[in-house]
Design a protein around this ligand. Structure first.
Ligand code: FVH
Length: 298
């Protein structure tokens, strides 16, 4: 093990980062900047050099890295890499807290926690919502889940990475949060692109239209939170007006799109759900009540 600068022995304030790619390197630098005695390991050793120059200790093997600190942060490419590296350090993880920040599914997180617990380690799963240059600022959001005691013990340390939140003892919930947040973006933005297609097909200026939508986006936060409460309680006030009124527009929405060669699959889904909900006697309720049909209720 090479140490860039000599520090007293002992493990207080010691952190190890396994994986010194773009994100792992950014995380290591933030820990160093906050005075943590940080050890780094990377499969390709050359990537460790800049971190050594910044004051990190470089571990020659992942096992050496795990042995160096009570808190081990894992930031590798994917679940396969995590499985490979964890498989190579099995004996060393006993008594450690493993914090896995690698992207992955809720199922992978739960399997990782089982593996860690079977090998005498505590496990926290975390996901990184933000890019490497912003690590260490509030702009990077990190949901965590898994061991409540491990989170309580290391919360202050993890807070240096960005805006953190604990999502409960189910190790999969950080991944659920990450996937859901990304899904909202993709669901909203693919619909937005289809609307831009509509505007363009009618000769409108898509950038000017986007500016107008951006200007009206302020109306969405209260609508989203009220719809979340409506879905939780099952009480669906007429949010965008009643379904009876909203449904009356749908044929025109679909017909217009198809008249200019723009797909209408999402509008057809909305129309079909509205009509089913109205037929079920819920025409006075709002758009949020379509959730009941998505959840398999009439
Ligand atoms: N970069 C970003 O903007 C996003 C932001 C949101 C979160 N993601 C996730 O962060 C994880 C790491 O991403 P990254 O950007 O650091 O990725 P790379 O720069 O490609 O570094 C990957 C590291 O993983 C190591 N690695 C890959 N496969 C293996 C393996 N089989 N065994 C051991 N290590 C492996 C790789 O090592 P090397 O190629 O340098 O030897 C890098 O250290 C990721 O989950 C993103 O989804 C980033």
């Amino acid at each position: 093990m090479t140490q860039a600068n000599h520090r007293p022995a002992g493990t207080a304030g010691r952190i190890t980062v396994l994986g010194l790619g773009d994100m792992g390197s950014a995380i290591t630098r933030v820990f160093l900047d906050h005075g943590y005695r940080t050890t780094g390991w990377n499969r390709t050793a050359s990537k460790s050099a800049p971190l050594a120059a910044a004051g990190a200790t470089v571990a020659a093997t992942a096992t050496e890295g795990v042995a160096a600190s009570p808190l081990v942060v894992i930031c590798l490419l994917d679940g396969t890499a995590v499985d490979e590296v964890m498989g190579s350090v099995e004996a060393a993880v006993a008594g450690k807290v493993l914090v896995n920040l690698t992207s992955g599914s809720p199922g992978q997180a739960r399997a990782n926690e089982r593996w860690a617990n079977e090998h005498g380690a505590e496990y926290l799963d975390g996901k990184i919502m933000g890019d490497p240059p912003y690590v260490g600022t509030p702009h990077v959001v990190l949901p965590f889940s898994g061991s409540r005691s491990a989170f309580a013990t290391h919360e202050q340390t993890l807070q240096v990475l960005g805006s953190i939140a604990y999502h409960g003892t189910d190790a999969g919930m950080a991944a659920v949060e990450f996937m859901a947040q990304v899904a909202v973006a993709y669901e909203l933005l693919i619909g937005f692109l289809h609307v831009l297609r509509l505007v363009q097909a009618e000769g409108g200026d898509v950038a000017e239209f986007a500016e107008r939508i951006a200007g009206s986006a302020a109306a969405y936060p209260p609508l989203l939170t009220s719809m979340g409460k409506a879905v939780r309680t099952g009480d669906h006030p007429p949010d965008l007006g009643s379904l009876d009124v909203q449904a009356a527009l749908m044929d025109d929405m679909i017909g217009h799109r198809e008249s200019v060669g723009v797909e209408a699959v999402r509008m057809r889904e909305v129309k079909e759900l509205m009509e089913r909900r109205i037929a079920g006697g819920h025409g006075a309720q709002g758009f949020s009540s379509l959730f009941e049909l998505l959840a398999g209720r009439s």
